[in-house]
Design a binder for this molecule. Sequence first.
Ligand code: PAF
Length: 282
Amino acid sequence: MHVFRTIKKLKAHLNSINSEKSSLGMVPTMGALHPGHLKLVEQALLENETVVVSVFVNPTQFDNKEDLRKYPKTLSDDKALLNSLDKKIIIFAPEVAEIYSDKVTSKEYDFNGLDKMMEGKFRTGHFNGVGTVVEALLTAVMPNRAYFGEKDYQQLQIIRKLLKILNLPIEIIGCPIVRESTGLAMSSRNERLSDRLRKEAAFIYKVLQEAKDKFGTKSANYVVNWAHKIFDEHPDFDLEYFKIMNSKNLKPVIRKQKGQKYRAFIAVYAEGVRLIDNIALN
Ligand code: PAF
């Protein structure tokens, strides 16, 4: 299994193995890999001859220093997991200086408002940080396809917008959310929950499913108020937001319209751990 630390060595290797016709898939990650990531890698392996998985904890997308400090760094476990999936996977695990030189700052993008609400509102500068690192990683590797999970649905829409801004010929593939057996969306943050709360956090997905049922007959406003009330009554969770948005432009729903797709989005704190999830409503 090849692991590269520098863009130069990675590029030299890719040039040596890739013929004009073979396709290259990329799965950008921050490591601490779980089955949700592995699903993205499996899909990339099915659709491409060569797959690069990047493992890079990007400092500029953390608005909270403590969150960055606590983020698990598990490169040797990640390597073992990827190796067990397919020995041909190429890992790109750069140091911060390789991506940022000596200036660890974000670029500023105009995401046309996609970054102003939900995660963007509660995590200042987060999406400029994501945009900066995704631009750096994708332009370094120049894959044919790049794979991202729908758990970070807002991020996925912003990355699609970024590709338009940069005019890069890379197909962005969104992959369905992978869940634990309880229904809790897989996340490296789940490891920080106590066993009790990890089971209890299945409540988040239950609320999303019930919201979907209610959305069939009730207004978006009704469903949002209902979800707030349910969380207000639950002692274990602190709701940060529950929103129903248009799936494409992420604008709030004033009145449901025929032919439009909608999604519910949620962010909650449990034992100080921030969990996010979302569901397609129609
Ligand atoms: O979704 C993630 O893990 C990160 O935001 C990403 C896309 C790898 C950028 O650091």
